[in-house]
Design a protein. Structure first.
Ligand code: FES
Length: 155
């Protein structure tokens, strides 16, 4: 191999290595950016035995509340359908402190300015722990039947 050929192979190999590293950096950056902006994800919320037989347990950090009606469990969004404020859980259902929208116990609109009901999330009961899928919302409850017995003191 002469000097010219040696230099050409060296430059060519270095160029390929630099190109490979640049592509790897670009793809890893795209990969992490995509996961950062993807809002559809499953989050663990609550062990089932910490919930009473009937009632609402809010998880404001995830903008969702678990509703339990006997053996049925649902996950309702706490995002107001007017402009997205976090609604509060109140005796008669949900109340938005921003502009006063009032929602019933299943998220139905009692009074505006919100004109549509609170949305619902998908959930699963995985061996007594409740997982909720954030990001994707449904217009009607996505009830799941819970199989686990309720502790007597909470029933
Ligand atoms: S954001 Fe809830 S009433 Fe306006």
């Amino acid at each position: 191999m002469d000097r010219r050929e040696f230099l050409f192979k060296g430059v060519f190999s270095s160029g390929l290595a630099i190109l490979g590293m640049a592509l790897a950096w670009i793809f890893s950056d795209l990969w992490t950016a995509a996961s950062r902006f993807s809002s559809a994800r499953w989050v663990p919320l609550s062990p089932l035995d910490q919930m009473s037989f009937e009632g609402v347990v809010p998880f404001p950090e995830h903008k969702v509340a678990l509703l339990r009606k006997g053996q049925k469990l649902g996950a309702i969004s706490l995002e107001c359908t007017h402009l997205g404020c976090l609604v509060n859980v109140v005796d008669r259902g949900f109340f938005c402190p921003c502009h006063g929208s009032d929602f019933g116990p299943l998220g139905q609109v009692y009074s505006g300015p919100a004109s549509s009901a609170l949305a619902w999330h998908e959930l699963v009961d995985q061996e007594g722990r409740i997982w909720v899928r954030l990001g994707k919302k449904f217009p009607s409850p996505q009830w799941v039947e819970v199989r686990k017995e309720i502790p007597k003191e909470r029933a």
